[in-house]
Design a protein around this ligand. Sequence first.
Ligand SMILES: N[C@@H](CCC(=O)N[C@@H](CS)C(=O)NCC(=O)O)C(=O)O
Length: 207
Amino acid sequence: MPDFVLHCFGESGNSYKAALMLELCGVDWEPKFVPYFAGATQTGEWRASLNEMGEAPVLEHDGQTLSQSGVILDYLAEVTGKFGPASAQERREILRWTLFDNHKFTSYYATLRFLYGLKNTGETELTTWLRGRARAAYAVVDKHLAEDKWLVGGRPTIADFSLAGYAYYTEPSGMDRAAEFPHWDAWTRRLADLPGWKGPWDLMPVK
Ligand SMILES: N[C@@H](CCC(=O)N[C@@H](CS)C(=O)NCC(=O)O)C(=O)O
């Protein structure tokens, strides 16, 4: 039995945030496939035993069950001593970017990618709106990364891993992220140069 078990699936960028952290920390971990597209997270069993919110990822460690990628990242930084804050001010900065990520940066882009890139809805009023919101969030991050190599503290932290959840998926979204947001693009390459980095498809199982 590995020390850490991550309930996840390959298409899930929210899961990738945690998978990347586990891998970069070099801990003993194993992914456990979630049949998300068969409705696994919507079952009463999933909600009762793993996550009442009906979402992946879920991390199991040391008798604890944790959900919300931001909480999982914070927990892993605490127990491994890696990629976490070095001061109270940094802790707040990491929290600030993680909340922005969950509310806007990941959520608008991931929903757009789910509809447009995975469900192939074509262009709809909703995808147009989501793309506008995603672009606005990417512009904020791109501007920050024009001045700083990393989101917080001049070094890679869990804030970077949170915002990197959907960076390496290539399904169409109607956005050319590398061209539109060159500082974001350079940051994705800096992250990919970290020792031990792997992309989502190399860390998490698919159907
Ligand atoms: N804020 C959550 C979002 C998790 C999330 O939305 N996960 C998706 C899979 S990538 C999910 O399980 N969605 C189920 C649903 O929204 O019903 C996190 O960061 O963990």
